[in-house]
Ligand binder design. Structure first.
Ligand SMILES: [Zn+2]
Ligand SMILES: [Zn+2]
Length: 646
């Protein structure tokens, strides 16, 4: 019998008989390992643990903890959901059932029947009952004719339609328990791995995403290998609901939407505008110190600008349609990006190598068409403002500039209390170099510059090969929020394409013309999305330096109104954002309301405070700081802010 060499992730190579499965190999290492692997990655392809390996290969065992393991687990769970549905509703027809980033869904056709959320628990119990049978997922390669015969007999029109697009020789079916599905795989070894199930939601979904087709019922679910993991997940969902930025944004009067103005176009209320203004000032100050030059560009641009930039060709038909001048018939587009405008600013005057880097910064508002169904609070909108900047640099300056941008991003994260993040570096696929724009030499220079600068700054990094845009490598920050959800914030993107398209130049020390490299960067991304993420991260308890209202003065009766106003004036003179609650409510009620409004400090004023010229300070959450002089309190606040910003 011939032998094959298996290379493990740590570089160790071992020899096994040809045709060994990942499961056999895992068993040869340890029984414990064999019990927890749910799939395997053979030469970068996810496969079932029962698939024979017939040639030398790199092997990676996948467990539940691995992203691809999870995805296989949830995909297999969609089959289990289908099996349960078929057992409960024999006439149901099946569309497709893919895994999601979190969980899975299956699109099904109940005919006339309307499923409601009251039946969720029945479906969950059925799934668990079937899971307990430890039914293996059995793969069968079938001919197209046999597959058509099977689904014709079963009367499943959607599977038959899917089969139309498949060729003989590439069709497989999977059987688990009493259910057979058309599927490429792979799956987990058997249903017994699924120990906890939750059906989470129902939605309507057109077959194949086409509104001309029938609307099917999309059933969302999530499963886990342990009950305790489901409980933890549900707890996070509950916490996420409380932190939903749409709810907090309303409670704290930060922003609103109006159908009359248009969906996806946020309206910032005075408190939200104050918060946003603070973020802008904060960034402007940091950028000024880092050598950025503010620029301002219009909200629309001539069609020819976007033809040159390539945006017209790529997005023209799918974006807001042009604005036309009444007489000349010129076409203008709402600005989808600031970059083309900034390229034209660069070209306004000749540049020499000594002028570079040039850093243009703009809080530029852009408009992008999103389908109404895709809009979500401030995270998916049709108009938003980027904290955008474009750096035009010489190739030898890429690394230094990258380091400076990383410093700026880290400064932002620190000031806003984002403590956990990783840097995701996207490089080109070295086996497919022709796909990318720009010279080999420049790519190598930029890629190593990004990797080295991330290393120098001590960032935790993940390198993704082949994930770079065609026009340049990039670095994205993936930030973990207070309840463990991941958000992408702060992208730094190298670009060789736009300088070429706009024919940007500088005169080198050799007196010849050269192309600068362009770097796009936006630490916040967009102010709208950033504020949404920030709200959900801090649950509306903004850092003191940022919060629109820092202090509320609570006189215990109107007798102390005059003294309260005196305190207010002193605070205002020191740029502390304060207000008085002069309603004739009980102090307890005023405190409760101030808590709901997430006000960081409450100053209680009564007889004692007035006579002694002091204030009694209560922090949000209940901590009592006792009596202080007004000056003492001002110093205390200023010191707290300084700590947050350094
Ligand atoms: Zn499948
Ligand atoms: Zn840009």
């Amino acid at each position: 019998m011939s032998q094959i060499n298996i290379t493990f992730p740590d570089g160790v190579v071992r020899t096994y008989p040809k045709g060994s499965t990942s499961l056999n190999i895992a068993k040869s290492i340890s029984e414990g390992l064999a019990r927890v692997i749910i799939a395997a990655k053979v030469n970068d392809k996810v496969t079932e643990v029962s698939a024979p390996i017939n040639e030398d290969a790199r092997l990676n065992f996948l467990k539940w903890e691995d992203r691809e393991g999870q995805s296989t687990f949830w995909h297999s769970s969609a089959h289990l959901l289908a099996e349960a549905l078929e057992a409960l509703y024999p006439d149901v027809k099946f569309g497709i059932g893919p895994p999601l980033e979190t969980g899975f869904y299956y699109d099904v056709d109940f005919g006339e029947y309307k499923l409601t959320s009251e039946e969720f628990s029945k479906i969950e119990s059925k799934m668990l009952e079937l899971a307990k049978k430890d039914s293996p997922f059995i793969r069968k390669e079938v001919s197209k004719a046999d597959a058509i015969a099977y689904f014709t007999k079963k009367n499943d029109p959607y599977k038959l339609e899917l089969l139309e697009g498949l060729n003989d020789g590439e069709i497989s079916m999977y059987e688990q328990g009493n259910f057979i599905d058309l599927c490429k795989g792979p799956h987990i070894p058997h249903t017994g791995f699924i120990k906890a199930v939750k059906i989470t939601a129902l939605a309507g979904a057109y077959w194949r995403g086409d509104e001309k087709n029938k609307q099917l019922t999309r059933i969302y679910g999530i499963t886990f290998p342990k009950k305790s993991e489901l409980d933890a997940h549900l707890l996070i969902l509950e916490e996420a609901k409380k932190r939903d930025h749409r709810k907090i944004g309303k409670d704290l009067e930060l922003f609103t939407f109006s159908e009359k103005v248009g969906v996806g176009l946020p309206l910032w209320l005075p408190k939200g505008a104050a918060l946003r203004e603070k973020l802008v000032q904060f960034m402007q100050k940091a950028q000024m110190a880092a050598g950025y030059l503010p620029v301002i560009t219009p909200h629309i641009g001539h069609k020819s600008l976007y033809v040159t930039s390539g945006h017209y060709e790529k997005y023209g038909a799918d974006s807001f349609q042009p604005i036309k001048t009444p007489r000349e018939g010129e076409e203008f587009f709402l600005k989808p990006m600031n970059c083309p405008h900034h390229c034209e600013i660069y070209k306004a005057s000749p540049k020499s190598y000594k002028d570079l880097p040039v850093r243009y910064a703009e809080f530029g508002t852009v408009y992008r068409y999103e389908q109404a169904g895709e809009l979500h609070g401030l995270t998916r909108v049709r108009g938003f403002t980027q904290d955008d900047a474009h750096l035009f640099v010489r190739p030898d300056q890429v690394k230094e500039e990258f380091c400076k941008v990383i410093d700026l991003v880290l400064y932002v994260f620190n000031a806003l209390d984002f403590k956990e993040f990783t840097a995701q570096i996207s490089l080109r696929d070295p086996s497919n170099k022709t796909k990318y724009f720009g010279t080999d030499e420049n790519w190598e220079l930029a890629e190593s510059a990004i990797i080295e600068s991330a290393k120098e700054k001590g960032l935790k990094t993940v390198v993704e090969i082949g994930e770079a845009a065609f026009y340049g490598p990039k670095l994205d920050f993936m930030v973990k929020d207070a309840i463990g959800r991941k958000w992408q914030l702060g992208t730094i993107q190298v670009d060789y394409n736009l300088p070429e398209r706009f024919e940007l130049e500088y005169t080198g020390s050799d007196n010849l013309k050269h192309r600068p490299v362009m770097i796009h960067r936006a630490p916040f991304g967009s102010l709208e999305r950033f504020v949404a993420v920030l709200i959900e991260h801090c649950a509306g308890n903004f850092p003191l330096w940022l919060t629109p209202e820092q202090v509320i003065i609570l006189p215990i009766s109107e007798k102390y109104q005059e003294y309260s106003e005196k305190v207010l004036n002193v605070l205002k003179k020191h740029d502390i954002r304060a207000l008085i609650d002069d309603r004739s409510e009980k102090t307890g009620k005023k405190i409760r309301d101030a808590e709901l409004k997430k006000l960081p400090f409450m100053l209680i004023i009564g007889e004692k405070e007035q006579t002694e010229s002091t204030i009694t300070v209560r922090k949000q959450g209940g901590e009592d700081l006792g009596a202080m002089t007004i000056e003492g309190f001002v110093a205390y606040i200023n010191q707290s802010i300084e700590q947050q910003l350094n």
